[in-house]
Ligand binder design. Structure first.
Ligand code: C2O
Ligand code: CU
Length: 434
């Protein structure tokens, strides 16, 4: 089996940053978004037109221990504004990286100090949050791993960041980001799908944790992990009460899944859409398989989040727009409740600690990955039971789903579609917690 080697650039930077002892506590981590040239598999020249943090795509892996102080100095090396959002982390509002709601856009050459201590261990990521359909689409994203204070017993902890990129027929990076058909349809879908892994090889028989992150602008990955036996232990950074058997995993933009598994043979990541299966990357297994571990994969330590109390006040979020649905009241291609883009007032105001239910109705012809900032929520299932904690929920065309959330983080929080082409053209609103 052909195993795609990790991006050269990423290797260099990750080695430089994430391996250094003590680099994450007390001292500032520098993140500098800037134009970058990137080596691409199957191409003999470096691609231009991409953007990277600290010279690489993805950006360096940031790793901290749960509860540690994370201090990042963002230095804007772009020709454009910059903001960074810490996706899934329950940060204080002013650290959330959202223009209009939490901070001013950082001008070219400017800087900003982000500082917070991540309350939950798990798999998170950081990404550009200004013109994000374009800046994320050009490569401004990276993993943010918060380690358990008492980590599970593993041989390798591996990050797998998946994204798609659009190349032109002559193999250059496609820098045309204002394609109307993308905004109004399924988004900017790339034709070069990459799985960036933090290791190339593992020992056969090893127990590994695979932290799967979808950093694509708009694409949902129907993912399959072959060559391992194990379980899904967390979704969107939040441990599951019971590990789920490892089968195909659908990962929408912004979502994550953590797998703990024993390596049986070469590990490969495949997509299962369109009937067939295509491999997008992998990790080679080395050595003779040793006897695999006898003990089954256990649940990760649970996080201390309040449980939603139902019934609760219900708020409606009606999604409209896209191809064939122009008459929705908003000025953009998409609208929430008849408004495109951030309204002057939030769709709801909650008192700190209150549970709220948001009914997500999607009569449009496209799926939408709805992401709430600053909180995790649970889906309200048919029998009034609650699903696992998530920060992003994929709502398929024609579906209506409900999420319940304890709004306990004060501030102004963005609620948007994480198909970033959709949010760029209208699918964004906000809630306020007072
Ligand atoms: Cu990951 Cu508002 O985004
Ligand atoms: Cu959408």
């Amino acid at each position: 089996m052909r195993v795609t080697r990790r991006d050269v650039c990423l290797g260099a930077v990750a080695g430089l940053l994430s391996g250094q002892p003590g680099w994450s506590s007390g001292q500032d981590i520098l993140l500098r978004p800037a134009p970058v040239e990137v080596q691409w598999p199957g191409s003999d020249r470096a691609l231009t037109g991409l953007l990277g943090f600290n010279g690489s795509v993805p950006g360096p892996e940031i790793r901290v221990k749960q509860g540690d102080d994370l201090r990042v100095r963002l230095e804007n090396g772009l020709q454009d504004g910059a903001l960074v959002h810490w996706h899934g982390i329950r940060v204080p509002n002013r650290m959330d990286g959202v223009s209009i709601l939490t901070q001013d856009v950082i001008p070219p050459g400017g800087q900003f100090h982000y500082r917070f201590s991540p309350p939950d261990a798990g798999t998170f990521w950081y990404h550009a949050h200004y013109l994000s359909f374009e800046q994320v689409g050009r490569g401004l994203f990276g993993p943010l791993i918060v380690e358990e204070t008492d980590p599970p017993d593993l041989d390798h902890d591996i990050t797998v960041m998946i994204a798609d990129f659009r190349l032109t027929p002559d193999g250059t990076f496609d820098t045309e980001f204002s394609v109307m058909a993308d905004f109004a349809g399924a988004g900017r879908l790339g034709n070069s799908i990459r799985a960036f892994t933090s290791r190339d090889t593992v020992r056969a028989g090893a127990r590994v944790r695979l932290r799967l992150i979808n950093a694509a602008v708009d694409r949902v990955f129907p993912l399959e992990v072959l060559g391992v036996a194990g379980a899904i232990v967390a979704l969107d950074g939040m441990p599951l009460d019971q590990p789920m058997p490892l089968g195909p995993i659908e990962i929408a933009p912004g979502q994550r899944a953590d797998v703990i598994a024993d390596v049986r043979s070469d590990v490969s990541f495949g997509l299962t859409d369109g009937g067939g299966r295509r491999t997008i990357g992998g990790i080679a297994a080395t050595g003779a398989p040793k006897a695999s571990r006898r003990h089954p994969v256990a649940a990760l330590p649970r996080h201390d989040l309040p449980h939603p109390r139902l019934p609760a006040r219900r708020v409606d979020l009606l999604m409209r727009g896209g191809v064939g649905d122009a008459d929705h009241g908003g000025f953009g291609t998409w609208a929430f409740n008849g408004i495109s883009g951030l309204p002057p007032q939030p769709i709801a105001r909650f008192r700190r600690g209150d549970t709220g239910v948001i009914r997500l109705r999607n009569p449009t012809g496209f799926g939408h990955a709805i992401h709430l900032h600053g909180h995790h929520f649970r889906e309200v299932l048919g029998d009034m039971s609650l699903g696992p904690l998530r920060d992003t929920l994929l709502v398929a065309p024609g579906e209506q789903r409900e999420i319940a959330c304890v709004f306990d983080n004060p501030g102004r929080w963005l609620l948007h579609c994480h198909m970033l082409s959709h949010s760029a053209d209208g699918m964004a609103t906000w809630v306020e917690v007072v």
